[in-house]
Design a protein around this ligand. Sequence first.
Ligand SMILES: Nc1ncnc2c1ncn2[C@@H]1O[C@H](COP(=O)(O)OP(=O)(O)OP(=O)(O)O)[C@@H](O)[C@H]1O
Ligand SMILES: [Mg+2]
Length: 475
Amino acid sequence: MTPSSTDRNGADPHAGSALAVDLRKITKRFGAVTACDSVDLALRRGRIHGILGENGAGKSTLMKMLIGLVLPDEGTICIDGVEQKIHSPSDASRLGLGMVHQHFSLVEALTVWENVALGETGRLDPTAIRNRIGDIADQYGLVIEPDAQVGNLTAGLRQRVEIIKCLRRDPSIVIFDEPTSVLTPEESAQLFESLRHVVADEGRAVVLVSHKLDEILHATDDISIMRQGAVVNRLLAEDADAPTLARGMVGREVSLRSERAAFGLLAANDAPTAVHDNQIGDVVLTMSGVTVRGLSGIRALDDLSIELRAGEIVGVAGVEGNGQRELGDLLSSLVSLDAGSVSVNGEHIPAGRSGAMAKAGVGVIPEDRHDSGVVLDMSVAENLVLVDQSNVANRGLIDQHALEAFAVELIEQFGILCAGPHAPMWSLSGGNQQRVVLARELAQHPVVLVAAPAAAAAAAASREAAAPRVVSVAE
Ligand SMILES: Nc1ncnc2c1ncn2[C@@H]1O[C@H](COP(=O)(O)OP(=O)(O)OP(=O)(O)O)[C@@H](O)[C@H]1O
Ligand SMILES: [Mg+2]
């Protein structure tokens, strides 16, 4: 499809919206990988620009070049018509650019307001910062307690802090890299609603990087689709539909049911995957009368009983902060019980004993992969055996050949885009890091799989392939 530069009546839809950012022929290579390949991108004031692409397409790298975290090998960057070399985030900040990153960059030991103030120079005025947080919270519907310690916050609330931290500097060009992966649908809708006003009233330019077709269709004006480092399609949101976007992302028709489900392309009246009675097996997980007191001594889980059978998916719904996190922690052996019991396949599991749940066959895909899913400085192969080395170890020593063979197999099976089993985890794109977590947990053939909010959809989508038993801890 050719780029749409005029609307159906022949008028230029961009007329009157000034060019805030003009990227020309931007290329970035990491060794043999060309992350961005001669990319042109124009961001206009008063408009929201959606960037869509599969995992590893080069979206974050492109944005990092705009914000000064990665230097382009080739190409030019013009901001408000003037060519700029952006060497650091502070250069970018001076030019009015701000970014909410895909991964959190908060200091857990500090409070919300201290995190928001990080990077400020001169004398800090805590009251002014707290007030500013309150103003932003009201304006964007991002309510947060300024004195809460970030380490105690859920992933959804941490994301709010990241967004507030970015907006506090009042950037006129704002980049959101997957901002809604840990927000509830209502929070996302509220954020976009308020962004829409700010963009229109204050002439800002906004970039929204996302995998969610629905979000891109409803929240943006212009759309660029990236594939393998290049922009393969540009169109106006009003001319776009979900199948066209999905086709652009993967470069072919999206026809498999599981793929259509992953893209959110199933119609509301599509029949759900039939689960026959004979697919539901014996009870695999029994939690009875489970009580866990959080750090504050308050009962986070209060006499909770859940029974899960093989082949079943149990969704746990509820407003954030009502015990979901503790439920995940309990099934990860991170907290012990104050009352009650947990059994897997009829065997009592000593909750809180390190590794006991994993040993009993409970796999966990955590909410925040950087916090508790991967070790960024280790290789992909090492991350794939973090939970269990028995497949690749001999008398307590890791057999490097076995490790490599095991990793190559999983990289292939789960389509993990990386330079190879020895690539450091930090060099993978966000989505490919998540695939490593999923591959590791599913390779254990878990009896029970716990998927924290952001991971729940991926885990459910993989059920048909791997047939694990899933308990999904959803918000
Ligand atoms: N610092 C780096 N060193 C080596 N390779 C890198 C580095 N940063 C990114 N890459 C590679 O560049 C490619 C593009 O990565 P990028 O993070 O831009 O993808 P993305 O489109 O944001 O994907 P996702 O949707 O998964 O976040 C990937 O193959 C990634 O492994
Ligand atoms: Mg990314």
